[in-house]
Design a protein around this ligand. Structure first.
Ligand SMILES: *[C@@H]1O[C@H](CO)[C@@H](O)[C@H](O)[C@H]1NC(C)=O
Length: 808
C-alpha cells in the first residue's frame, strides 16, 4: 500500500460527511434531575410541578397550544426547551424574559402565524422552521442575538425576504423552509448572509421557481431539499445555484429529494464541474423522461467525490449504456452510486481517474468491468449487495486493476466451484471482503496471493483444505458464521495475527492451535458448540493463559454444548478430574492404592496385632448380642453368683492379681473354689455346685490347666452335657497359648472349643488389656437379681445386688 494515496481519499470522504452532520445532531432526552422528558404525553399545557432547577425540558409532540409567561418564568435555570410538534399559533418571545440562560429553543413544526419579538440574548439555537408564517419571522431584535449559531425559519411566501437584521451575525447553520413562491414578488435586492451551512427546504409539491439573490460569505455547505425540475425550470435552478456558488469556500453541495429529467441532471453536472465544489451528494433522485444520448465531455474539475444514493427511475425504456456512460466517463476520484436499479456499469474508454468506486446495492452481474483495463488507478471497489455469482469471474474482473487494494463483494450470491481454473486476482489486493455469500471450502483455492485482510464470514465453509495456496501475507481472517469444525492451523497462514471464528461448529478445538499460530494477537472464537470432554482441557488451559491479551470474547461466549449435564456451563468453569481422563493414570492409581492398602494392613498386622483386635471385637459384639437375647426370668432366683472361676494352681497369681480385681471392681459376685467351697463335699461336687449357681463359668486355660484340671470337668461334662444348651455360659480365657497337639486326644470337647476359637486370649502387651477387659465385662452386661443361699454359701451375705448396667 503506498502511504500517500490513502489519506487523500480519506480526507475527501471525511469532509463530505462531516459538513453534512453539522446542525443535524439531535440530542436524545435522558431523564435526570436536570433533564425532563415529557415527549408524547398528551399534554395541553406545560406542567406546573417542574423543579425550578430544570435545565432541559422536552415537551415535543404534545397538544400544547399556548405558552404563557407563568408557565416557564419559574424555570430560571432552563437552558434547553423543546416544544416542537405542538399546536402553538401565537407566541410572544417575551415569555422567556425570565429565562436568562435559555440557549436552545425549538419551536419547529407548530402552527405559528404571528410572533412578537423580544431579544432573548442568550439564545444559541432558535428553530422556528415548519410553521405557518406567511413571511419570514425575522425581527430587528434578532440582530442582538450575538451568540446565535443555528437559525431555523419558515415562510409560506418568499416575497418579502429581508435577512438584513441577521446579516452581520456569524452563524453556523441557517435553515430556510419555504412554501410556494410567486415570481412577481422577486426583489432584486442582494441579500447578504454569514453562515457556514445554508439549508433550503422547498415546497415538496411545487416546481422549483425560486429566483433569489443571496450572497453568502463563508458558505461551506449548501443543502437543498425538495427540488422539482422539468425541462422548463432547469435553467432557473442552475441560475439559483450560480448565485450561491459564487464564493470559493463552497465545498459541499447536497441535494435531497430531487426530481429531474435526465437531460437536466446532466446539465447540472456540466454546470457544477468547473465550480469549486468538492463533494456533491444527491439523495433520493427520481429520473424522469426518456434518456437521450447526450454527448458529455467533462472539463477539468475540483470535484472529488460524487455520491448518489437511491435512484428511482420513472422511465424504463431507454438505452442503459447512455446512462452508464455519463458516470463511467467522469474525471473524478470518488464515485458512489448506491440503491439504484442499475444493472451494469461501463468500463471507461480511456485511463480513468477513479480511485474509489462504490456501487453498493445495485443489480450488477458478473459481467461488470469484464476485461476492463482502464481502471488502473482504482484502489477501492465496493460491489456490496449486487447480483454477482461467480468468484472466478470476479477474480478475472480485477485482473487489470493494477492498483486495486480493497475489494468488497459482500452480500452477493458468490459461489466457488470453478477452482480447477486458476483465479486471476489483481496481485495488489490486500483487503478482500467475501462475507455473506455462498462460498464453500474451495474458496481457499481462489484467493489473491498477497491478501492481508480476508473477510469470509457468513458463508458455507466446513473446513480449510490442507493443500491450499499459502497465504503468507494474511494477517486478519474473519471466518465467523460458517460450519467449520476445527480451528485452522497456521501452517498455511504463517502471518495470521487476528482470527474471528465464532458461531461455527467447532466442538473439539485443537489444543496445539496456539503453538501453531504463534503470531496470533487477537481472536474471537466463542459461540461454538464445545464438547466438554477430556480433550478440551488442554485447549481451555491454553486459552485461559492467553485470554486477557488475545481472546477478547473469553470467557462469556465460551459455553459447553455437550454433554447434556454440562450444557450452558462456561468453559472457564468446566473442570474434569485428570483421573477420569487418563486410563493409564487410573490404573496406576488403583494399583498404587491397593499396594498402599496391603502395606498398611501388613504393617498393622505385624506391629499392632490387628487380627487379635479383630477377633476380640468380633467376640465382644457377639457377646453383647447374646446378652441381649437371654431370658432373664428363667435365671432369676436360682443364681447366686455372677461367675465361677476355675484355674489351676500355677495360674492363681494371675487370677488374684488381674482377673478378680477387675471383675469385683464391677460389683460382680464371684465363686472361687477355694473360697466358696462347702466342706465335706468332693471337689467335683463343689465345682458342679458352683457352676450351677453361677451365671457364667470362667475357665483360665493354660498348659498347666490342661494337665491338672480339665479331667474333672470332662467327667462332669460327659454326664451333664452342661454345654449342650450352648456354650453361652462358658468363658474361656487362654492365659498362655496351648499348642493343639498338647491337648490329649481324649479331651475332644476341649479340642472342639479350641478349634472354634471361642476363647479370649490374654494379651501380653499392656495396651491391649483394656479391650480384653471390655470383652469380659460385655459378657456380664445384664441386670441380674441374685438369690441367697445360707446353707451352702456361707460367705455370701444375704443381700440383693443390683448390677449396674455396665458400659465400656
Ligand atoms: C465486510 O463487509 C461487511 C458488510 O457487508 C462488513 O460488516 C464487514 O465489516 C466488512 N469486513 C471488512 C474486513 O471490512
Amino acid at each position: 500500500m503506498t502511504q500517500d494515496k490513502e489519506p487523500v481519499i480519506g480526507t475527501v470522504y471525511l469532509v463530505c460527511i462531516l459538513t453534512l452532520i453539522v446542525g443535524t445532531i439531535t440530542h436524545i432526552c435522558e431523564e435526570s434531575e436536570f433533564e425532563v422528558c415529557m415527549s408524547k404525553n398528551n399534554l395541553t399545557r406545560i406542567p406546573k410541578n417542574l423543579l425550578p432547577t430544570t435545565k432541559s425540558l422536552d415537551i415535543s409532540q404534545n397538544y400544547i397550544s399556548e405558552l404563557q409567561i407563568s408557565d416557564i418564568s419559574f424555570l430560571s435555570g432552563l437552558k434547553v426547551l423543546k416544544v416542537s410538534h405542538n399546536r402553538i399559533q401565537r407566541l410572544d418571545l417575551s415569555v422567556f424574559k425570565f429565562n436568562q440562560d435559555l440557549e436552545h429553543l425549538d419551536l419547529s413544526h407548530n402552527q405559528l402565524q404571528k410572533m412578537s419579538c423580544y431579544p432573548v440574548v442568550s439564545l444559541k439555537h432558535l428553530d422556528l422552521s415548519f410553521n405557518d408564517f406567511d413571511v419570514l419571522p425575522i425581527c430587528m431584535e434578532f440582530g442582538n442575538l450575538t451568540q446565535l449559531n443555528f437559525l431555523g425559519l419558515s415562510a409560506a411566501r418568499f416575497q418579502q425576504i429581508d435577512l438584513l437584521p441577521v446579516a452581520h451575525l456569524h452563524l453556523n447553520y441557517i435553515l430556510l423552509v419555504l412554501g410556494d413562491y410567486y415570481k412577481e414578488n422577486v426583489r432584486e435586492k442582494l441579500q447578504i448572509l454569514n453562515t457556514k451551512t445554508l439549508h433550503f427546504v422547498f415546497h415538496p409539491k411545487s416546481l422549483f421557481s425560486v429566483q433569489v439573490n443571496i450572497s453568502v460569505n463563508t458558505l461551506g455547505c449548501l443543502q437543498l431539499t425538495n427540488i422539482k425540475l422539468n425541462d422548463e425550470n432547469c435553467q432557473v435552478f442552475v441560475k439559483f445555484l450560480l448565485g450561491l456558488i459564487r464564493g470559493p469556500m463552497l465545498l459541499n453541495l447536497t441535494l435531497n429529494h430531487i426530481e429531474a429529467p435526465w437531460k437536466c441532471l446532466v446539465e447540472i453536472f456540466q454546470f457544477l464541474w468547473p465550480r469549486p465544489v468538492e463533494c456533491l451528494n444527491i439523495y433520493n433522485l427520481t429520473l424522469d423522461e426518456v434518456v437521450d444520448d447526450i454527448q458529455v465531455t467533462y472539463p477539468e474539475t475540483t470535484l472529488k467525490a460524487l455520491k448518489i444514493e437511491h435512484i428511482t427511475k420513472r422511465v424504463f425504456i431507454f438505452s442503459q449504456t447512455v446512462l452508464y456512460k455519463v458516470f463511467s466517463e467522469m474525471n473524478i476520484m470518488m464515485l458512489t452510486i448506491s440503491e439504484t436499479p442499475f444493472i451494469h456499469m461501463l468500463c471507461p474508454r480511456t485511463s480513468s481517474t477513479f480511485k474509489f468506486l462504490n456501487f453498493t446495492q445495485n443489480v450488477f452481474t458478473d459481467s461488470v468491468f469484464d476485461t476492463c483495463s482502464t481502471l488502473v488507478r482504482l484502489e477501492t471497489l465496493i460491489l456490496q449487495k449486487n447480483s454477482l455469482k461467480d468468484l472466478f469471474k470476479v477474480s478475472l474482473m480485477t485482473e487489470n486493476m493494477l492498483s486495486l487494494e480493497t475489494l468488497d463483494v459482500s452480500w452477493n450470491s458468490l459461489e466457488s466451484h470453478r477452482y480447477e481454473e486458476n483465479c486471476t486476482w489483481a496481485k495488489s489486493i490486500v483487503v478482500l471482503n467475501l462475507s455473506s455469500n455462498s462460498l464453500t471450502d474451495s474458496v481457499f483455492r481462489c484467493l489473491p496471493p498477497k491478501v492481508k485482510v480476508l473477510d469470509l464470514h457468513n458463508n458455507r465453509i466446513t473446513s480449510i483444505p490442507k493443500n491450499v495456496t499459502h497465504l503468507e501475507a494474511l494477517q486478519e481472517l474473519n471466518i465467523a458464521f460458517n460450519s467449520l469444525t476445527d480451528l485452522p492451523g497456521c501452517g498455511t497462514f504463517s502471518s495470521l495475527s487476528a482470527l474471528i471464528i465464532d458461531h461455527n461448529s467447532v466442538s473439539h478445538p485443537s489444543a496445539d492451535f496456539f503453538q501453531s499460530c504463534q503470531k496470533i494477537r487477537s481472536m474471537k472464537a466463542g459461540n461454538n458448540p464445545f464438547q466438554c470432554t477430556c480433550e478440551l482441557r488442554e485447549f481451555i488451559k491454553n486459552i485461559d493463559q492467553v485470554s486477557s491479551k488475545v481472546a477478547w470474547d473469553w470467557p462469556d461466549s465460551f459455553k459447553c454444548d455437550y454433554p447434556e449435564s454440562s450444557k450452558g456451563i462456561l468453559l472457564k468453569d468446566f473442570h474434569v478430574s485428570p483421573l477420569s481422563c487418563s486410563p493409564t493414570l487410573l490404573i496406576l492409581t488403583i494399583v498404587t492404592t491397593m499396594l498402599v492398602l496391603a502395606a498398611t494392613v501388613t504393617f498393622l498386622c505385624c506391629y499392632f496385632d490387628l487380627p487379635w483386635y479383630l477377633r476380640m471385637m468380633c467376640q465382644w459384639t457377639q457377646t453383647r448380642h447374646r446378652a441381649r437375647n437371654i431370658h432373664l426370668e428363667e435365671l432369676q432366683g436360682t443364681l447366686q453368683f455372677h461367675a465361677f472361676i476355675s484355674y489351676s494352681e500355677p495360674d492363681s497369681a494371675w487370677v488374684k492379681n488381674e482377673l478378680l480385681p477387675n471383675l469385683e471392681k464391677e460389683n460382680l459376685q464371684i465363686c472361687l473354689h477355694e473360697r466358696n467351697f462347702v466342706p465335706g463335699k468332693s471337689i467335683l461336687e463343689n465345682i458342679i455346685n458352683c457352676i450351677e449357681k453361677s451365671y457364667k463359668s470362667i475357665f483360665v486355660l493354660s498348659p498347666n490347666f490342661i494337665q491338672s484340671e480339665w479331667c474333672h470337668y470332662e467327667l462332669y461334662f460327659a454326664h451333664h452335657q452342661l454345654f449342650h444348651k450352648g456354650s453361652n455360659n462358658l468363658i474361656l480365657i487362654l492365659l498362655e497359648p496351648i499348642p493343639q497337639n498338647n491337648i490329649p486326644s481324649k479331651y475332644h470337647r476341649l479340642r472342639a472349643l479350641m478349634a472354634q476359637r471361642t476363647y479370649l486370649e490374654w494379651p501380653t502387651e499392656k495396651s491391649k488389656h483394656a479391650l480384653f477387659w471390655a470383652n469380659i465385662r460385655a459378657a456380664f452386661n445384664i441386670k441380674l437379681t441374685l438369690a441367697t443361699d445360707n446353707n451352702d454359701v456361707k460367705t455370701l451375705k444375704s443381700q440383693e445386688i443390683q448390677l449396674k448396667r455396665l458400659r465400656l
